[in-house]
Structure formats: structure tokens, C-alpha cells
Design a protein around this ligand. Structure first.
Ligand code: ADP
Ligand code: ADP
Length: 225
């Protein structure tokens, strides 16, 4: 009953293996974190789950169905990167509404959904602000709202707090975790910060040199020497 399964997934780039024989089952509503040093294969794994990258070997299933046979709109996955990648010429409202406008929803419906998202990320009242007038933490909140407004089943987050200072990072860790539980969305979260992984996750996957070294609940990972 996994939402996402990776079965013996490997990826090599010109003969060098970025990830090797990864088997991983991710449940619905799980907050799963991939932890490990730079270059261990976290981003590659995330990109493969997101369908941005094709594995060299192995299979990825969504609710038991091979993603190769699923059209992109059925994958219901969105992504948040470390660099917020907002549209700089659009204000907060327009950035968040973008994914609904291209679906041609009614303006009234869009307004209501954007309003709910702004409350969720604690930015009510910021609709008309230019995104580059916001702090890093606020910009990342806009990016998260934009990724969540289409109500994906899965949110992939690649070091989303990596560009923020320590204080803000701590606050946003707790916010993100609360948000994830409230919305019931599966989060696959990358970090190289052990404390962050242990604070936020239901499950921690420790990666090393392209392989899974350890997997378990934070307590179990923490108590390992
Ligand atoms: P992490 O996210 O843990 O830092 P990555 O998944 O980005 O690790 O990278 C894993 C390995 O694969 C690294 O050695 C990296 O240089 C290599 N790699 C990642 N993407 C590419 C690519 N597009 N082309 C060549 N090598 C890559
Ligand atoms: P990370 O924060 O995961 O370490 P990187 O800076 O390693 O990210 O990689 C950023 C992007 O560059 C990723 O999309 C990755 O696939 C790509 N990349 C990483 N290493 C290489 C490489 N050696 N050659 C080409 N692309 C790479």
C-alpha cells in the first residue's frame, strides 16, 4: 500500500553511478527525509521520483503503476527547490495563482484558493507585494504556496530551507511539518542537516555514495552510533 515505490533504481551519468540499487517505499502522508553529504545522490533520487530524470535501471511505481505508463498530470507531484524560482515580474498573488490560471479556473475560485494558501503560509495581506521585496523566508513561503495550490499528492523539497539563516530555518521547520500533517500531503524532503532531518521526519533515509545506508524513524537513526 505504498504511494511511491522505487524498485532497484540506479542512475549513471557517463559510466559513473549517481545512485545504485535504491529500493524505497513511501507511504501516503509520510514525511520522508533523505539525509546525506553533498554528492551522495539525494537530488538524483528526487529528480527521478519527480520524473525529471529517467533511471538507468529499475522501476518507479505510483500506487502500483509504473510511472512510464502514467501521463504527467496523473503523477500529481510538485517540487520546491532551494532557490525559490519565483516569477520575478509577478506579485505574490500572481505567483501563487499561476498554476490555477493555466487551468482556466474561475477568478472567484482562484481568489478563494489563493486566500487559503496565503493564510496557510502566514502571508495574508501580501497579495500585491512584489516578490523581490520579500525576505528569503517569505519568498520560500510563496514558493511553497505555489507548489501546494494544485493540491498535489506529493511535494518534493530539495533543501528548501538551505538558503535561510538558522533562526528562520528553525521556525520554518516546525511550520512545514505542521503544514504537512494538516494537509495530509506526502513530503519527500532533502537535507544534509542531520538535526533538521531528525526534527521533521517520520522516516529518515540516510544515503552514502549513491546507496541507502540506513532507514528508519528518527529515534532509531539517532541512537545508532
Ligand atoms: P546530492 O543531491 O546528494 O548532493 P546528487 O544527486 O546531486 O547528490 O549527485 C550525485 C552524484 O551524481 C554526484 O557525483 C554528482 O556529481 C553526479 N551528478 C548528478 N547530476 C549529474 C548530471 N546531470 N551529470 C553528471 N553527473 C551528475
Ligand atoms: P546539490 O545541492 O544536490 O548538491 P548540485 O549543486 O550538486 O546540487 O547540483 C545541482 C544540479 O546540477 C542538479 O540538477 C544536478 O543534477 C546537476 N549536477 C550535479 N552534478 C553535476 C555534474 N557533475 N555534471 C552535470 N550536472 C550536475
Amino acid at each position: 500500500d505504498s504511494l511511491i515505490s522505487l524498485l532497484n533504481v540506479s542512475k549513471d551519468y557517463n559510466g559513473s553511478e549517481a545512485i545504485k540499487d535504491i529500493t524505497l517505499h513511501i507511504k501516503r502522508n509520510e514525511f520522508l527525509t533523505m539525509l546525506g553529504p553533498s554528492g551522495c545522490g539525494k537530488t538524483t533520487t528526487l529528480r527521478i521520483i519527480g520524473g525529471f530524470e529517467h533511471p538507468s535501471e529499475g522501476q518507479i511505481l505510483f500506487e502500483g503503476i509504473d510511472i512510464d505508463s502514467l501521463p504527467p498530470y496523473k503523477r500529481r507531484v510538485n517540487t520546491v527547490f532551494q532557490k525559490y524560482a519565483l516569477f520575478p515580474h509577478m506579485n505574490v498573488y500572481e505567483n501563487i495563482a499561476f498554476g490555477l490560471k493555466i487551468k482556466k479556473l474561475e477568478k472567484k475560485v482562484i481568489d478563494r484558493k489563493v486566500g487559503l494558501m496565503l493564510e496557510l503560509v502566514a502571508l495574508a495581506g501580501y497579495e500585491r507585494r512584489a516578490v523581490n521585496s520579500l525576505s528569503g523566508g517569505q519568498q520560500q513561503r510563496v514558493a511553497i504556496a505555489r507548489a501546494l495550490i494544485n493540491e498535489p499528492d506529493v511535494l518534493l523539497l530539495d533543501e528548501p530551507l538551505g538558503a535561510l539563516d538558522l533562526q528562520l530555518r528553525k521556525e520554518m521547520q516546525l511550520e512545514l511539518k505542521a503544514m504537512q500533517k494538516r494537509l495530509g500531503i506526502t513530503f519527500v524532503y532533502i537535507t544534509h542537516d542531520q538535526e533538521e532531518a531528525l526534527t521533521m521526519s517520520d522516516t529518515v533515509v540516510v544515503m552514502n555514495r549513491g546507496r541507502i545506508q540506513q532507514i528508519g524513524e528518527p529515534e532509531a537513526i539517532y541512537n545508532e552510533p
